[in-house]
Write a protein that binds this ligand. Structure first.
Ligand SMILES: [Fe+2]
Length: 183
């Protein structure tokens, strides 16, 4: 089935209306996730789960702030899936896809137990954006790359576009450890 990404983006933007920083964050993660998933040759269902989850991964933030006064990852993972499910309902997506999207949203701050390339790619895409938005140093970016980045595309993007808004140009080519290969 053709996934209506533009309409899902619009639903996310309307839900987060008045919070341009978060809307733009979600679109950046969507962009990086799409590049990683497509370039790594993810099959269509996996790519659909990744891209949809990327748009909605932080959708629980507002409820977290209201309920707990905190946007901590563990609260987001709890509050995100019900909102995502409600936003996705009008699009009539396959239940299996919605389930996987909600699982990814519920785990996107959990770096242990990564169970598939879509999960890995979402972690990498979110980190690519967060390291930059948080002004990570070259050292912090390289450390995150070594610890969390497994896909060749994610590593290449981190080398070119990750972290370090100031200071010397960052290059992360020295990332060691296994590279994710699913096929
Ligand atoms: Fe995020």
């Amino acid at each position: 089935m053709k996934i209506p990404y533009p309409d899902i983006v619009l639903a996310m933007a309307r839900y987060d209306a008045g919070d341009p920083k978060r809307i733009q964050h979600a679109l950046k993660v969507f962009g990086f996730a799409s590049v990683i998933g497509e370039r790594e040759g993810f099959p269509p269902e996996m790519l659909a789960a990744l891209r949809t989850a990327a748009i909605l991964h932080d959708i629980g933030i507002h409820n977290c702030e209201k309920k707990y006064g905190s946007a901590a990852g563990k609260y987001q993972e709890k509050e995100g899936p019900p909102v995502a499910r409600a936003l996705l309902a009008p699009f009539g997506l396959p239940e299996k896809l919605t389930e996987r999207v909600c699982f990814l949203i519920a785990h996107h701050h959990t770096y242990a137990g990564i169970d598939g390339p879509d999960y890995q790619a979402l972690i990498e895409a979110d980190l690519l954006v967060n390291l930059y938005e948080d002004g990570a140093s070259p050292e912090q970016t390289l450390a995150a790359g070594r610890k969390y980045f497994r896909t060749p595309t994610g590593r290449a993007l981190l080398s070119a576009a990750g972290g370090a808004r100031s200071g010397p140009p960052f290059r992360a080519q020295k990332i060691a450890g296994p590279v994710w290969r699913d096929s």
